[in-house]
Design a binder for this molecule. Structure first.
Ligand code: MG
Length: 167
């Protein structure tokens, strides 16, 4: 099983993943982390930007499934209910079970699947272990709390390597 913490692509935020960008990457199934990736932690319902982006993906034929380690399944349920998309809760990232489950649900292979998230040790590592493209975004709303600040500082060298590779 591959072990890598180097994301395949870096983005500022999820809205940069336009249908055109996803098409260029050959992505038909996009697995999304929720907290700090699609929504700041304090945001309780999807905003217009997120609704619009989900609509664009849907029109382009890209399936979006939320893959969240969030301990509160209510938060994930609320978001996905509002957006009309599926989710795998308690996904256990970086374990591969949630990734496999989502790909089975969507009937997609790893070759056409990507994971987008803000954390290396869960989102990127899980994507790498599952053989799907690892897309990384900056934490939406900025890191909150001391632990997240430390974590995002520790992530910097890996992002730097990814940037160099992409030059
Ligand atoms: Mg996150």
């Amino acid at each position: 099983m591959p072990f890598s913490l180097i994301p395949d692509r870096l983005y500022g935020r999820y809205t940069e993943l336009t249908p055109q960008a996803l098409d260029r990457l050959g992505v038909q199934l996009l697995l999304c982390d929720l907290d700090y990736t699609l929504a700041p932690r304090r945001m309780e319902r999807p905003d217009d930007a997120l609704r619009g982006w989900i609509g664009q993906c849907r029109e382009a034929g890209v399936t979006v499934i939320i893959l969240s380690n969030n301990r509160s399944s209510r938060r994930v349920e609320t978001f996905c209910g509002d957006l009309g998309i599926r989710y795998v809760g308690h996904a256990g990232k970086p374990g591969t079970r949630g990734f496999r489950q989502a790909m089975e649900q969507a009937g997609e292979t790893p070759e056409h699947t990507a994971m987008v998230g803000d954390k290396l040790l869960t989102d990127v590592l899980g994507a790498k272990r599952s053989g799907v493209l690892a897309l990384m975004v900056e934490p939406l709303g900025g890191p909150v709390g001391a632990w997240n600040h430390v974590l995002h500082t520790l992530q910097r060298p890996f992002k730097w390597i990814a940037k160099r590779r992409l030059l």
